[in-house]
Design a protein around this ligand. Structure first.
Ligand code: ATR
Length: 280
């Protein structure tokens, strides 16, 4: 039987997951399809039932359904419990299990492309929204020396830090306070949407605060190189873009669905071709 997969979100037309997973299935020689599914909030329960009825092996779940979908699943993997959100659903003969591959996908990419070992590092996370939440939880598994979350709204940074205080040394602060601490940081990670297409000139922080040799990482992959990364590179920083996170969150999902190793280079190249190598 063909392998049925898809991605549920609202909106969904912009999603690059169908093209990436389509290429991956072809590369693996698997007969099947990965389709975009436009699902509105009120339809989420029915959509999960449809996954069972139609025999989908699994789906990705994206904005705005990552939290709401949890109540329609039979089981939650530890990764989903830790983050409080699901981006991947696996259907085992009608039993639906929710996973979160965003955070572990990001960390796999950071380690593969920028910092082999995160233990003992000092990490500054910019932003305290849903994206930051997944990242912080996965970063703490790597035993960094410290994680500082800086956010425009300082209270939100403190709240997020509080959620994970039993998992490691995590604190929250206001974005305005980073000038005092950034010198002691090894890695800075932008989890905000500042700098994303169609506003590629914006930056979440003053780039003059970056120092030579530090790692500057951005979750944004459109553009492939954000202005923050360009400015970091000019200042002698090691830069790391968001494409790898997108590829590896998809790779983990595909591995859960198929049991096979995902063709990550094919997946990466498909997205680069699709973005035209620039801001497209
Ligand atoms: P996501 O799920 O993508 O993380 P979110 O939950 O809406 O989205 O969070 C967006 C994050 O980007 C927040 O940390 C937000 O800061 P506030 O909590 O102060 O709103 C941050 N953010 C968005 N636009 C920003 C801007 N122009 N300057 C600084 N931070 C911004």
């Amino acid at each position: 039987m063909d392998l049925l997969l898809g991605v549920m979100g609202d909106p969904i037309v912009q999603s690059k997951s169908p093209v990436m997973h389509g290429a991956a299935l072809r590369a693996l020689g698997i007969q099947g399809a990965y389709v975009p599914l436009h699902i509105r909030g009120g339809q989420l329960g029915e959509a999960m039932q449809a996954v069972r009825t139609l025999g989908f092996r699994g789906v990705n779940v994206t904005i705005p359904h990552k939290v709401a979908v949890m109540e329609y699943l039979d089981k939650l993997d530890e990764s989903a419990v830790a983050v409080g959100a699901v981006n991947t659903v696996v259907n085992d003969n009608g039993v639906l299990t929710g996973y979160n591959t965003d955070g572990i996908g990001y960390v796999r990419s950071l380690k593969a492309e920028a910092v082999g070992d995160l233990s003992g590092t000092r990490i500054l996370v910019l932003g305290a929204g849903g994206a930051a939440r997944g990242i912080v939880s996965a970063l703490l598994l790597e035993k960094p020396e410290a994680v500082v979350i800086a956010n425009r709204t300082a209270d939100k940074a403190g709240e997020l830090a509080g959620l994970y205080s039993s998992k490691g040394n995590v604190t929250g602060t206001g974005m305005a306070d980073i000038s005092g601490i950034i010198r002691s940081m090894d890695i800075v990670i932008n989890t905000t949407s500042v700098g994303m297409f169609p506003y590629p000139d914006e930056m979440p922080m003053d780039p003059d605060l970056l120092h030579e040799g530090m790692v500057v990482s951005d979750l944004i992959y459109n553009p492939l190189e954000t202005r923050l990364l360009t400015e970091g590179r000019k200042r002698g920083c090691i830069i790391h873009g968001g494409l790898g996170m997108f590829v590896y969150q998809g790779a983990y999902a595909l591995e859960y669905w198929t049991g096979q190793t995902a063709p990550t280079e094919v997946m990466r190249q498909t997205i680069i071709d699709c973005l035209g190598g620039s801001a497209g």
